[in-house]
Design a binder for this molecule. Structure first.
Ligand code: F6R
Length: 349
């Protein structure tokens, strides 16, 4: 049984975190720096598709938000499924992303990319994806093996951005990355070591403990982080969590809370950003007062730093640590995902 203050007891944490996720979280800033060294050269293209699932799709989400925000003029799509969209053709650049290299949805998209003569590159640590890339002469961004994919977000995001840097303001991206690295180094120390009262990740885990986190992000900005937080809670803490997007949720989901008899079960977590559309800002504020008037607990967070990279990655990092601490509060080793592994194994039988 974990009691308040126990999250500061590193011995107790290590007894539960048997597979060592804390160490991977601590080394995330270092991972970002290493990941920024990796890239492939890409030809000019008309549209970009990132194919991947779960932890390997998230980098595509962050890339899409980043590029869109920087007014990158070409469309960017993230495909989480077995089939490429009909417009994928020889003028399409595809990043096939699978940490293990063995995710069947991603491999199926690669087979289509080969058939349709798309220009594709593999981002993987190993597996069938690396074999296919070698067999077809496709470039490979080789990332280190042995990590749970969701802890490898740096490797699964930054090499794609680095490969596309020539289409962007290169020095501006470098400046943003430096800022992000500095911010994350400071946050690593804070989330790992600050005592509970001064540790936002530990406090958030306590607020979620015994409740169902509902996470709201803003369209085209923090919605990707909300999705990431939800998945991190699901996989690290093996707990349910749900996410949605402002403004869409105010056209449907909000109605669902009106008569909810078990309101105390849910904790609402709003992910804000200074660049959100002025109407989205108002909508967040209105949602917040509606939920609070109903007696619900509403928490609010935003990323740290000036640049979008620092803001997205720091906000994401808070969710990584909070979901880690939530796993500790539930006394669950944050690393294993046995159900996902069983499903994958059954599908190959
Ligand atoms: C994250 C995780 C899953 C995988 C997903 C796809 O740690 O375990 O979300 O990322 O099942 O597998 P990969 O990333 O190997 O393509």
């Amino acid at each position: 049984m974990i009691v308040p203050g126990d999250l500061d007891d590193l011995k107790r944490v290590a007894q539960i975190d048997r597979s060592g996720m804390r160490e991977l979280l601590l080394r995330f800033p270092e991972q970002l720096a290493r990941a920024w060294q990796l890239s492939v050269s890409v030809p000019d293209f008309e549209r970009l598709i990132v194919c991947g699932m779960g932890g390997s799709a998230v980098g595509g989400d962050y890339l899409r938000v980043y590029l869109t925000h920087k007014r990158f003029p070409k469309p960017v799509f993230v495909i989480r499924g077995y089939e490429l969209p009909p417009f994928a053709d020889a003028n399409t650049l595809i990043f096939a992303v699978s940490y293990s290299g063995n995710t069947e949805e991603t491999l199926s998209c690669v087979a289509e990319a080969v058939e349709r003569d798309c220009h594709w590159a593999a981002l993987t640590s190993d597996g069938r994806l690396a074999e296919l890339a070698r067999a077809h002469g496709a470039p490979i961004i080789q990332i280190p093996k042995g990590m749970p994919p969701r802890t490898a977000l740096g490797y699964l995001f930054l090499p794609m951005l680095k490969s596309l840097q020539c289409f962007l303001d290169e020095s501006a991206v470098e400046t943003e990355l430096t800022e992000a690295l500095d911010a994350l180094k400071k946050l690593a120390a804070r989330y790992a070591e600050a005592p509970e009262a001064e540790n936002p990740a530990e406090r958030l885990a306590h607020a979620w403990h015994g409740h169902i986190p509902i996470i709201y992000g803003s369209h085209g900005l923090t919605d990707v982080v909300a999705r990431r937080w939800k998945a991190q809670i699901n996989e690290n803490a093996e707990a349910p969590a749900f996410c949605n997007v402002v403004p869409e949720l105010q056209h449907n989901e909000l109605m669902g809370w009106e008569h909810e008899p078990h309101r105390e079960l849910f904790v609402y977590t709003l992910l804000r950003d200074p660049d959100e559309h002025p109407q989205i800002k108002r909508r967040f504020e209105l949602s917040r007062s509606f939920l609070e008037d109903q007696g619900s607990l509403v928490l609010e967070f935003s990323g740290e730093g000036e640049g979008l990279l620092a803001r997205l990655l720091s906000l994401s990092y808070l969710g990584d640590w909070a979901s880690f601490y939530l796993a500790i509060l539930y006394a669950r080793d944050p690393t294993p995902v046995p159900l996902i592994d069983t499903l994958k194994a059954r599908l190959t039988q």
